[in-house]
Design a protein around this ligand. Structure first.
Ligand code: PGA
Length: 255
């Protein structure tokens, strides 16, 4: 973390978990636990149907509720999808785009990730843009090339001004939900590669201001070590974001 240069962001990705009632209970439990811990943004990204209940429960707290995806079209014949305007209309400010589960199971490509990111930014949403290599790519030694290419393609056509509303989540796919975590050194090295690509695209001064999270089995035990790295500015947390004590311990590690 480098709080002098950029904001630390600790975000939970609930994935397909929590009904509205469960989300309300969760937020009511964790609200006092994270109260006043203002050295980082505290965000939970929720399933569409759960957002309203989670927001209601989070009112007046330092917790923000986001969405887990957004479509690129303003409206139309896209069964099952939700537009940026729709999210804005219910008060959503943050959205995850390009999660590896979307890429892996739902056919998302860098092209659709780029389109979704542009639409979200144009609507005034803040984007948590996910990218990262799969296991075979790390084992073949091409991680840096893979994340560099994703960074360039996913951010194509996005201005430096718009980039102020982008958080990048570096998520090695082999570490997501597997209990395997990148070592702090691996996380640092790859986050620094991404920042280097941002420097090429936008200049070093702009690159220094971009929050880059690590995601992939971040938990209450490894968070402090990961967040101690200079280019790791937060976490995108799946499993541990479903347990108030675990998530709070990660927020504590960011203070
Ligand atoms: P995990 O998920 O923390 O359960 O590995 C991270 C993510 O998918 O964002």
């Amino acid at each position: 973390m480098n709080p002098a240069k950029r904001r630390t962001v600790i975000a939970g990705n609930w994935k397909m978990n929590f009904t509205p009632a469960e989300a309300t209970e969760f937020i009511n439990t964790i609200k006092p636990m994270v109260a006043g811990k203002d050295n980082c943004d505290v965000i939970f990204c929720a399933p569409y149907v759960t957002i309203a209940a989670a927001m209601e429960a989070a009112k007046g707290s330092n917790i923000k509720i986001g969405a887990e995806n957004v479509h690129f079209a303003p409206k139309g014949a896209y069964t099952g999808e939700v537009s940026a305007e729709m999210l804005k209309a219910i008060g959503v400010e943050v959205v995850i785009i390009g999660h590896s589960e979307r890429r892996q199971y739902f056919g998302e490509t860098d092209e659709t990730v780029n389109l979704r990111t542009k639409a979200a930014l144009e609507a005034g949403l803040r984007v948590i843009l996910c990218l990262g290599e799969v296991k075979e790519q790390r084992l073949s030694g091409i991680t840096n090339e893979v994340v560099a290419m994703q960074t360039k393609l996913d951010l194509a056509g996005i201005s430096a001004e718009q980039l102020k509303n982008v958080v990048i989540a570096y998520e090695p796919v082999w570490a997501i939900g597997t209990g395997l975590t990148a070592t702090p050194e691996q996380a640092q090295e790859t986050c620094a590669v991404i920042r280097g690509v941002l420097a090429d695209m936008y200049g070093a001064d702009v690159a220094e201001t971009v929050t880059i999270q690590y995601g992939g089995s971040m938990n209450e035990k490894n968070a402090a070590e990961l967040l101690a790295k200079p280019d790791v500015d937060g976490g995108l947390i799946g499993g541990a974001s479903l347990v108030p004590e675990k998530f709070t311990a990660i927020v504590d590690a960011a203070q």
